[in-house]
Design a binder for this molecule. Structure first.
Ligand code: SF4
Ligand code: SF4
Length: 376
């Protein structure tokens, strides 16, 4: 099927106008041929184990659009901007402080699909994809010319930065394409140098096993002890490599889609609240937000680390209560680790109590913390 009812240039201009009317900051179109280079890089990444526990990354043939739609002919790629981080110590990554981007993007892509039908003049088959479909979306964004992939592995729009969310509309209509983007990092290595956990074994390669975003969001079990201090006060994701990127203008915030502005529920909640939050309030806190990807105990684990790294003595009572009283051994063990960062009598007493915990991981954290404290 091809766009025969109007000239290709007119079709392209109409699609671009429809996308901009829907609030998309960028739109581009590419063909459906396989993403050979991206597929090769993905295979290497998987075979090196850099995907950690994200085995779903190996489940589909992500370089081929037929996996998403057997009749795929074109791909409309869009970018929606979100407000950048406010401070270097934000506890939640900027993209996750507002509404769930999956819902926002999918709803707009579906409206773009309806516009496409009108533009083409007959029904078209299309599928909206927002990072849940098996698709190499950054490769697609580069081919469609809306962004280039930086050494940080992030998609970057040169005059907008990397605080963008990508979405795609796969369609069976053969559409006019837009020129592809080219890499623009040059000799810059700011993101690689800024990473607190040294998660980049080389440029363009991210080892998820060391990345704060993976550890705080995808990783379900204990966080490796040697990486906890570098997590700082982050409980969901990390913006550090993006903040270092000159395309983001240093740490300057950019205006973005209002739906992604920080939610009041989040800004009114402290780390100590999260550490001890019950299931009902937690469901309310994460409802219709990207935070819902993380379970309550995982988030409490992250809050314990953040409180320990924050170093505020006022955190000790909350940590001591969690170390001895939280139902989850995962949370108790991380609260115990966090207490080891303090030298107050209350912290020491709670560590000694934790030596008698019925869970081996908690006892081990207490032993290590007390040994380290004594050595200091
Ligand atoms: S998100 Fe944070 S931890 Fe992950 S690569 Fe970037 S700077 Fe490193
Ligand atoms: S910080 Fe530099 S190297 Fe990293 S993505 Fe940005 S421009 Fe590229």
């Amino acid at each position: 099927m091809s766009a025969t009812s109007a000239s290709r240039a007119t079709v392209l201009a109409q699609i671009q106008r429809a996308a901009h009317d829907l609030g998309f900051a960028r739109v581009g179109i590419c063909n459906s041929s396989p993403f050979v280079r991206g597929e090769h890089a993905l295979r290497q990444w998987l075979s090196a184990g850099h995907h950690a526990t994200m085995d779903y990354m190996a489940e589909h043939d992500r370089g081929r659009l037929e996996t998403v739609m057997p009749t795929a002919a074109s791909l409309i790629c869009v970018a929606l901007a979100y407000p950048g981080p406010e401070t270097a110590s934000d506890t939640v990554a900027a993209y996750a402080r507002g509404a769930d981007y999956h819902q926002v993007l999918r709803e707009r892509l579906n409206r773009l699909s309806a516009s496409l039908t009108k533009i083409i003049g007959h029904p078209v088959h299309s599928r909206a994809c927002v990072d849940s479909a098996p698709l190499l979306e950054r490769e697609a964004a580069m081919r469609a010319g809306i962004a280039f992939v930086g050494k940080s592995t992030m998609a970057i729009v040169p005059d907008l930065g990397s605080h963008i969310l990508l979405g795609e509309l796969v369609t069976d209509v053969l559409l006019p394409t837009t020129p592809s983007a080219r890499a623009r990092c040059g000799r810059c290595t700011a993101c690689l140098d800024a990473c607190p956990t040294r998660a980049f074994p080389e440029a363009f390669v991210l080892d998820a096993r060391r990345c704060v975003s993976y550890l705080t969001i995808e990783h379900k079990g204990p966080i490796p002890r040697d990486l906890r201090a570098a997590i700082g006060t982050r409980i969901f994701g990390c913006d550090i490599c993006q903040q270092a990127c000159p395309y983001n203008g240093g740490s300057r915030s950019q205006p973005g889609e209002p739906a992604f502005a920080p939610r009041r529920e989040l800004t009114n909640t402290t780390l100590a609240d999260i550490l001890h939050m019950g299931s009902k309030p937690y469901r309310r806190l994460v409802a219709r937000s990207p935070l819902a990807r993380v379970s309550r105990n995982q988030m409490a684990r992250n809050a314990a680390i953040a409180l320990g790294n924050g170093g505020d003595p006022k955190s000790v009572p909350a940590l001591a209560n969690a170390a001895v009283g939280h139902k989850s051994p995962l949370v108790r063990s991380h609260a115990t680790w966090a207490l080891g960062r303090f030298t107050s009598p209350q912290a020491q007493a709670a560590l000694e109590d934790a030596l008698c915990d019925n869970d081996l991981s908690v006892r081990e954290e207490a032993r290590v913390a007390l040994t380290t404290t004594e050595e200091c």
